[in-house]
Every structure is written in structure tokens, then in C-alpha cells.
Design a protein around this ligand. Structure first.
Ligand SMILES: Cc1cc2nc3c(=O)[nH]c(=O)nc-3n(C[C@H](O)[C@H](O)[C@H](O)COP(=O)(O)OP(=O)(O)OC[C@H]3O[C@@H](n4cnc5c(N)ncnc54)[C@H](O)[C@@H]3O)c2cc1C
Length: 445
């Protein structure tokens, strides 16, 4: 088409349309339940291309989606009949070790980032699956293997370059648009397309990590121990738990600890000697090895996730979660329990928009299945399990795990009323017509 040829001539990157050989790969999402056909995908190579893509979308009346790592379970990176701003070819990460800063391009993945920073023995806390996008994860908060040690990923965000929907290039940092930097620490992709994010990096001497797997009835007791360990708030030990059933429908628990520092740790020793342990591959490893402890096949399974940040993980809630996993009886559906102990509690409301850092845990029902004919029962399981968690809820869910059907009240609750109002004012300033609405949306006023 002549118009697309013209668009191509004005880009450093490339135009991918439905006739292109790469089209199907380029529109694919992590969640196989999302199958959308954009009118055009603009694979950008810099901020100029992003501005051109916005301009083309505006002049052709196309709705816009933004693709970073393509992992969002809601499938926000793809859109039927619209234009996708695809950043997947912008993956450079520069490390200034002397200044303690890493700068990541808008489409970098955590694997790109960790390889670059680990070459200097440095880290920023990211997610636990290497192919997830740095920007998408950071803009929604970011929980991972180093959360207790260094806080949420967005707590380490110190600067950004954005292209706003009118094509302007805007810097955010302590000295320039500090309010925008505040908003980017959790407020999502609402304000512009990030072509670069700057992070504080930290030295990392040693990691002891891996997987502890438990089976059988004692899983309940180990989850209690997990809760006790997190409540003691050890800053050098992050940990996450996954409650599920194995193929023989026996209760299964996976705990993924990540211990840093030079000492042994009594809490980790207690987890390693807990009853029901069937597998222990915890050992000293590189951080890049630790980042491969979890994996999840891309674009193969259907997903529906829903959860709550909770004040505590009392016995009643543990029993409820276990009963729901057993009653549904369909692995690989599971409940992910991420601890927010330690450093996330250091920041206050003036530092970032997020209210959920006060929570003890993020508890998410994650339905995972293969056959489209099974959609209804899996979605219902995730929804009803999330409803069962609600009595312990802080009031909001994790924007990074939300599906597209979440009501605005849940997004608002992730920030609290006052922060949400501030975010709305900034949205009105940087995206007054809500061009960037394919996200956990903060509508302009
Ligand atoms: C297998 C898997 C593992 C995960 N692990 C973790 C984890 O350990 N910790 C955690 O906190 N979360 C985790 N997540 C959730 C993840 O953080 C979010 O789904 C996040 O939105 C993914 O970002 P992405 O760039 O990969 O996704 P995409 O689908 O490409 O983007 C999602 C949205 O993020 C925004 N966005 C992305 N890039 C940009 C950009 N450069 N500028 C502006 N907006 C942008 C856009 O609104 C976009 O629609 C995981 C998800 C999956 C599927």
C-alpha cells in the first residue's frame, strides 16, 4: 500500500503489515488466549520512529498499542486493526559502572539487562523471567529475586526518556519533570513511550539460590514457615512461593530463595530442612543462573491471572488456597505468593505512586491451560480464588498481572485515591486524549 511505503521511507526501523513474512511472529503475545491482528506494526529504532508512528496513527485514526517484551498477560501489546509501536529491536543496555547507572533502551529484556550489568558485577532488581520487558515490568512496579535487598524495580528508576503521543521527547529525572519520574515508578505506560530508562545499580558479591520443592500434606506447614521467614524481614533473603498440584494431583510447593551477602542464613537452613522436601538444588550460583530458576514458554498456553496484595498470610488463608488448588485439580494452575518484606517498605508516597508496597505478600491465582474450550472454567477458578483472598486484601491488585477486564477501581486501589488523582493530573498533561489507553489505564480528567 502506498501509504505504508511512505511510512517505511520515513522510518529508520521497519513497517510490518499483514502481508509481511514476520507478521505472525510480531503480533504474537505471551498469552495464547490473545490472538489479535494489527493493521500495522512499526518496529522502531529510536525516538524519531516512535514519534513518526504516533503521527501516522493520529492521521489515519488508528488506535495505538505499545510492545516492549510482549509479556503482559492482558495482551496489551497487540491490538486488532490498530497500530503497534514495537520496541523489540531497541535493546541496547549501557552501563556506567563508575556512576552506578545502567541505561536500558525501551525494548530491552531482563536477560539483556542482567547480562550487561553482570559483566560489571552489578545488578538492579528485575523480574524472574529473563524474556520479560524491562520497561513494562518497571513501569508497573517490579517484584523479583532481589526485592528484599533492593526494593521494587521502580524504586531503582532514576531517569527516563519518553516520547509523548504528540511526538515530543520528554526527559524525566530529579531535576527535570520530577513529578513524571514519580508517576513512572508504578503508573504504567500511561504517559508516553519510554525509549530509555535509567537505573541505579548495586554491587552483587554472591548469590545462593535455586529451587526447594515439597510434596504432600506438609506443604501447609512449609507455607507457614515461609510466612514466618518473611515476617522476620531478612533483607538479604528474598523468596517467592508457588503452590500447585503435581501430575499425580499431590499438593506441591516450590520456594525460590535468593540469599545474598557472605553469611549462611538460619532462615534458609530452616526452609531447606522442612518436612516434605523432595528436591533441593539451592547452591551458590551466578545471578544469571538464578534468573533461570523460573521459566515459562512464550505464546503456548492460555493465561488468566487475578490476585490481591494482602496484609498477612494467616493459616486460614493458607488453608483456603490449598483447598482451592486441590478442589480444581488441574495442574499447571497455581497460586504465586511473592513476599514484599525488606527494602520495599523504605520508600514513601512522595517517592513513588504505589500503595501496595505496604503489603506483606502479593497473592495471585494463575490459571494456565491449553484448550480454548476450557476457558470458562479456568477463568472462573482464578476469579473465585481471587475473591476468596479478598478478605485479607489491601484493596488492590498488581497492575502488571491484571487482565484487560479489571475495573478502574482495582487500578485506583493499587495507588490509593490521592496518588491516583495526582496520576490523573499528569496523564492530562502528557496524554490528554488518552492515546495510550491499551494498558491498566489512568484516564485523563
Ligand atoms: C512469564 C512472565 C513472568 C513475569 N515475571 C514477572 C516478575 O518476576 N515480576 C514482575 O513484577 N512482573 C512479572 N511479570 C509481569 C510483567 O511485569 C508485566 O506483564 C509487564 O507488563 C510485561 O512487560 P513487557 O514489556 O514484557 O510486556 P508488553 O506486553 O510488551 O507491554 C505491556 C505494557 O507495558 C507498557 N510498556 C512496555 N514497554 C513500554 C515502553 N517502553 N514504554 C511505555 N510503555 C511500555 C505498555 O503499556 C504495554 O502495553 C511476568 C510476566 C510474564 C508473562
Amino acid at each position: 500500500m502506498a501509504e505504508l511505503d511512505e511510512l517505511q521511507k520515513s522510518l529508520a526501523g521497519s513497517v510490518i503489515d499483514p502481508a509481511s513474512a514476520e507478521f505472525d511472529a510480531a503480533r504474537r503475545c505471551f498469552n495464547a488466549a490473545v490472538d489479535r491482528r494489527p493493521a500495522v506494526i512499526v518496529r522502531c529504532l529510536g525516538s524519531g520512529d516512535v514519534a513518526t508512528a504516533f503521527d501516522y496513527a493520529r492521521s489515519h485514526g488508528l488506535e495505538v498499542a505499545v510492545r516492549g517484551g510482549g509479556h503482559n498477560p492482558a495482551g496489551h501489546c497487540a491490538i486488532d486493526d490498530g497500530l503497534v509501536i514495537d520496541l523489540s529491536a531497541m535493546r541496547r543496555v549501557d552501563v556506567d559502572a563508575a556512576a552506578g547507572i545502567a541505561r536500558a533502551d525501551g525494548g530491552s529484556t531482563w536477560l539483556d539487562f542482567d547480562e550487561a550489568t553482570q559483566a560489571f558485577g552489578l545488578v538492579t532488581p528485575g523480574g524472574v523471567v529473563g524474556s520479560t520487558g524491562v520497561c513494562g515490568l518497571t513501569l508497573g512496579g517490579g517484584i523479583g529475586h532481589l526485592t528484599a535487598q533492593h526494593g521494587l524495580t521502580c524504586d531503582n528508576l532514576i531517569g527516563a526518556e519518553l516520547v509523548t503521543p504528540d511526538g515530543s521527547v520528554v526527559q524525566a529525572g530529579p531535576d527535570e519533570n520530577p513529578q513524571l519520574l514519580w508517576a513512572l515508578r508504578g503508573g504504567g505506560g500511561n504517559f508516553g513511550v519510554a525509549t530509555r530508562l535509567d537505573f541505579r545499580v548495586h554491587p552483587l558479591q554472591r548469590v545462593v539460590g535455586g529451587r526447594l520443592e515439597y510434596r504432600g500434606d506438609r506443604v501447609r506447614d512449609v507455607l507457614r514457615l515461609f510466612q514466618d521467614v518473611a515476617a522476620r524481614s531478612p533483607r538479604d533473603l528474598s523468596c517467592q512461593a508457588v503452590l500447585s498440584l503435581d501430575e499425580s494431583l499431590t499438593p506441591a510447593l516450590l520456594i525460590a530463595p535468593c540469599l545474598t551477602g557472605s553469611d549462611t542464613d538460619a532462615d534458609l537452613d530452616a526452609l531447606r530442612s522442612a518436612p516434605g522436601l523432595v528436591s533441593d538444588d539451592v547452591r551458590e550460583r551466578t545471578f544469571l543462573e538464578q534468573q533461570r530458576v523460573f521459566d515459562s514458554p512464550y505464546g503456548e498456553n492460555r493465561h488468566y491471572w487475578k490476585g490481591h496484595f494482602v496484609h498477612e498470610l494467616p493459616d486460614d488463608l493458607i488453608d483456603e488456597l490449598l483447598a482451592r488448588v486441590i478442589a480444581f485439580g488441574r495442574p499447571p494452575c497455581h497460586v504465586l505468593i511473592e513476599s514484599l518484606h525488606g527494602s520495599p517498605k523504605d520508600a514513601d508516597g512522595d517517592f513513588s505512586a504505589l500503595a501496595y508496597r505496604r503489603a506483606a505478600f502479593n497473592v495471585s491465582a494463575m490459571a494456565v491451560w491449553a484448550d480454548g474450550g476450557d476457558d470458562a472454567e479456568h477463568v472462573e477458578w482464578a476469579r473465585s480464588t481471587a475473591a476468596a483472598i479478598e478478605p485479607w486484601s489491601l484493596g488492590g491488585g498488581y497492575v502488571n498481572y491484571m487482565q484487560a477486564d479489571e475495573p478502574i477501581e482495582r487500578v485506583r486501589a493499587a495507588f490509593g485515591d490521592a496518588a491516583f488523582d495526582r496520576l490523573q493530573a499528569l496523564k492530562t498533561q502528557f496524554d490528554p486524549t488518552n492515546v495510550l489507553r491499551r494498558n491498566q489505564n489512568i484516564p485523563p480528567r
